[in-house]
Each structure stands twice: as C-alpha cells, then as structure tokens.
Design a protein around this ligand. Structure first.
Ligand code: PSV
Ligand code: MN
Length: 430
C-alpha cells in the first residue's frame, strides 16, 4: 500500500480554518456587492476553472549547471500521476495532466489511464519530444528534427509525432503540442527560409494524420537551445504556420518564450482575434525562459493576460477555447508545493480578471478617460480574492490551505521511504 492523503485528514485540517474563512468570504462579499459584483457567481466561476499540470513538473528540475534531486522524487509516470493526484486533491483546480513522450512512455496505456482515473485525473495535450535523442534512436537530432536537412531524420521526427498521437488517443487526449528546438547557432549554418519550408512539409504530414476532433498546438520560442536563430521563434512564425496548415492548427503561448518586456497580452489579444489561440504554458520569468513559478515574479502580467482571456470569454469570442497548462521547472522547491501555488496564482489571476467592470471600462475607453480605464483594471488586480479561492477549494472538498495541509500530511517523507532515490535520473526539464 502506498501512502495517500485521506479526505478525513483534509476535512479535519479545514475545520481549523473554516470559521475565519467564512468571515473573510462574507466581508469580501459585502465589499464586492458595493461594486455590483455577486461573490457567489464569482466563487462558482472559480470552482469551474481548471489548468493542466505537466507530468514533467513533478520531478525536480535542473539547470545546465546542476540538478539537486529532492527526496521521494517520482521514478516513473505512475509515481508522477500520484503526485499530480495530490495537487488536484488539495487544489481541486488541476483535473488533467499533460504528458511528455518519450519521458512518459509505458507498455500499457490503459493501465496508465486507469491509474490517472483512480486519482480523478484525465489527460490533456500530449507533448512530443524531438529536442533530445531517445534511447536506441537511429538518427540524431543534434542538428534538428522536423526541419533537419536530412530527409530521413525528418521522417523519424514525423514518425515520433504520429506515435504521440497514437499514445494520446489511448490516453483520451485530443491535442498534440509540438515544440522543436530546431534552429541554428551560427549565421550561415542554416538557410532561414528553407528550414521553415521543411517545417511546413513535416507539419503537413503530421496535420494530415490528426484524428477528426484533434488539434495541433504549435509552440514558439525565441531562443535556446539554438542561440542564433530558432525556426519557430515567435508568434508571427507560429501564426504563419498555423494559418497555412488549417483550422486544426493553433498557436500555443508559453509565457517564457518571448523577448524581455514583450507585451504578451497583446499577442494573446491578436491570436484570439484570429481564432488561433491554442492555449498556454504558464510560468514566470525575470530574464528569459526561466521557468519560474507562475505569478511569482510578475503577477500583474499574468493578470493582464487573463484580462484579455476573460474579455474574450464574456463576449463569447468566436473560436475561443484555450487549453490551460503549466510548464515550469522546480529546481529549489518541492515541485508539488510549487505546482499547487502556481495553480492557485493562475486561478487568482482568472478571478481578479473576472472582477473588471467591463461596461465601465468600455465607457472609459470610448471617452478617452485614460486614468479611469487604468484604475478600473487596477482595482480588479489589487482586490485580495484569496477568500474566493479558498472557498472554491473548500466547496469541492479540497484544502483551504493546500500547502499547509500537504506539509502537515507528511506526504513527502512517506514518498521518500517508498521511492528509493534513483541513480539514473537526469535533468527533469531542458
Ligand atoms: C521548451 O522550453 C518547453 O517550453 C516546451 O514546452 C517543452 O516541451 C518543455 O519546455 C519541456 O522541456
Ligand atoms: Mn512550454
């Protein structure tokens, strides 16, 4: 028997905080009522919101320099599912997991699906991996994959993506996320347009094999590991590719994949307008693709992204149905704690964005009331919606204080005993 956190334990821990939460929720309710906002409606929105957790996120990550393994790390995808299960059990915000192939390859996918279901989890978009060489792979991706100059290497990378679709079908997914590391490190190494043409040929071959109800999410990234040029470097290249491919191809926005100070919310707005927003890989950053915890460095930026999303949702923008996922590397924290905190911060941004008085905002904008418009957005951002988040969790039998309950449960120590440290584990993220 492996250790798990019981519903009784969560209820017992919650009972210590319930009366204070009720007071705080009621007080916030009165404050919001003065602004014409019904806290019950907002609490229900919070209860309905969901974001996917990446299987690779529950392992300790690392940098190019070192990886410092933590105790009780998951040894394989079944362990990862257990950890993802705890995140959902306590936060009630993460009912799906996003797998990465071949990291999560197994011989029996129905067993994996059942394991996930036993933790109230199902599978979100499958991520293909042609940015490193898999064991026993015939051709190397050192100089590229879907855009490699060698046709055989491209065929192998296409085949891998088709295998990902096959695995995804077995797991009940309906989307494939493609991020390639392809690019060049030296001017002259690669023909910039020929590489893009090869990308299109490869993606067309994958697109043609997508099941009827599937989407392919194209993930762009400015740089790294290619430091001179990246084939799908920005939302322009991604949008160009998705447009040429067709309606089942959309553009995924990883918050860390832009130049510093880029106005990401404006990119999001444009992709919504073009009906090409696939969804997100949430994380936070200070300098580049830092893969820090969502909302930890710049919560206002996260809020402004959600401001666009909620605006699109409420006006029922055509074709708007983004997939929300987290994509972070937890190098110095307990990954379960980081993911719970991140899910909570993402939900916070969603709830705050739901508080914007959109009617008043439209009026302010129409009248060029610059500061008036700004203050309406700012007022929503500075509202402490913590009682709504906690109450939404409590009503769904989650934890009022997820990290507190997790620490009190002793889950990590239990897993440290159950899961002997692996000597082979490499960096959890690249
Ligand atoms: C690349 O930096 C990325 O954001 C892609 O989504 C990968 O699948 C993920 O990180 C894990 O390496
Ligand atoms: Mn990503």
């Amino acid at each position: 028997m492996t250790f798990s956190i019981s519903a009784e334990f969560i209820a017992e821990q919650n009972s210590k905080k319930e009366s204070h939460l009720a007071e705080d929720h009621a007080a916030l309710g009165r404050q919001l009522a003065r602004r014409g906002v019904d806290i019950e409606a907002v609490t229900e929105r919070a209860m309905d919101y969901a974001v996917a957790v990446p299987t690779w996120g529950v392992g300790t990550g690392g940098t190019r320099f070192a990886r410092f393994p933590g105790p009780g790390e998951p040894r394989h995808v079944f362990d990862k599912i257990e950890d993802c299960g705890v995140i959902h059990q306590l936060t009630r915000t993460t009912p799906t997991v996003s797998p990465h192939i071949p990291w999560d390859k197994v011989s029996d996918y129905s067993a994996l699906r059942q394991k996930a279901a036993s933790h109230d989890l199902s599978f979100d978009a499958v991520n293909s991996n042609t940015f490193q060489d898999a064991k026993d792979q015939i051709r190397s991706y050192k100089f590229g994959s879907l855009t490699h100059a060698d046709v055989g290497t491209r065929a192998q990378a296409i085949e891998h993506n088709l295998e990902c679709i096959e695995i995804g079908r077995k797991l009940g997914s309906s989307a494939l996320t493609v991020w390639i590391a392809d690019g060049s490190n030296f001017p002259g190494q690669s023909n910039l347009n020929a590489a893009f043409d090869r990308y299109m040929d490869s993606l067309k071959a994958i697109y043609d094999e997508l099941p009827k109800d599937w989407f392919v999410f194209l993930e762009h990234k400015l740089y790294e590991p290619a430091f001179y040029s990246t084939v799908i470097s920005d939302w322009g290249s991604s949008f160009m590719a998705a447009s040429e491919l067709g309606p089942k191809a959309k553009c995924l926005v990883d918050l860390g994949h832009h130049a510093p100070n880029t106005n990401i919310e404006q990119i999001v707005a444009r992709l919504i307008r073009a009906e090409k927003l696939a969804g997100f890989h949430f994380n936070d950053s200070k300098y580049g693709d830092d893969d820090l915890d969502s909302g930890s460095v710049d919560p206002f930026r996260l809020f402004l992204v959600f401001n666009e999303l909620v605006d699109a949702e409420l006006r029922k923008a055509s074709g708007f149905n983004p997939a929300y996922m987290i994509d972070q590397s937890h190098n110095v924290t307990d990954p379960i704690e980081s993911l719970m905190q991140s899910a909570s911060e993402i939900l916070r941004a969603y709830v705050q964005a739901s508080l914007v008085d959109r009617h008043a905002l439209a009026l302010a904008q129409a009248e060029s009331d610059v500061l008036g418009g700004h203050l309406l957005v700012k007022q929503a951002f500075i509202t402490d919606v913590s009682p709504i988040l906690a109450e939404a969790r409590r009503r769904k039998a989650g934890a009022i204080d997820p990290i507190g309950v997790y620490r009190a449960s002793g889950y990590r120590n239990q897993k440290a005993q159950e899961r002997p440290a692996s000597t082979t584990a490499s960096a959890g993220i690249v």
